[in-house]
Write a new protein. Structure first.
Length: 90
């Protein structure tokens, strides 16, 4: 299962803006067939298109900071990194 969690910092606190999950089911798939995909946004099953639209609508592209998709960070690490980015944004 893959997850997309979109947070916003408001008044110094993290607020969840959207929570998406998707998975691929390979059971019974043949070499020529596509896996069955399942998409959920905020706990409700949606189509792939609806998922992508909800994800895009949850992100404020002008304020977005992509930290690093290859690593997971603790809350404290994210807080420290964001403080650094804000103080060096000139």
């Amino acid at each position: 299962m893959y997850e997309d969690r979109i947070y916003r910092i408001k008044n110094g606190k993290f607020e969840l803006q959207g929570n998406g999950e998707y998975s691929y089911e390979f059971a019974g798939a043949t070499p020529d067939s596509e896996p069955v995909s399942h998409y959920y946004w905020n706990g409700e099953e949606v189509t792939e298109e609806a998922y992508k639209k909800s994800l895009q609508e949850s992100i404020d592209a002008e304020q977005c900071v992509m930290i690093n998709e290859k690593n997971n960070f603790s809350y404290k690490q994210v807080q420290t990194l964001l403080q650094y980015l804000v103080s060096n944004s000139d």
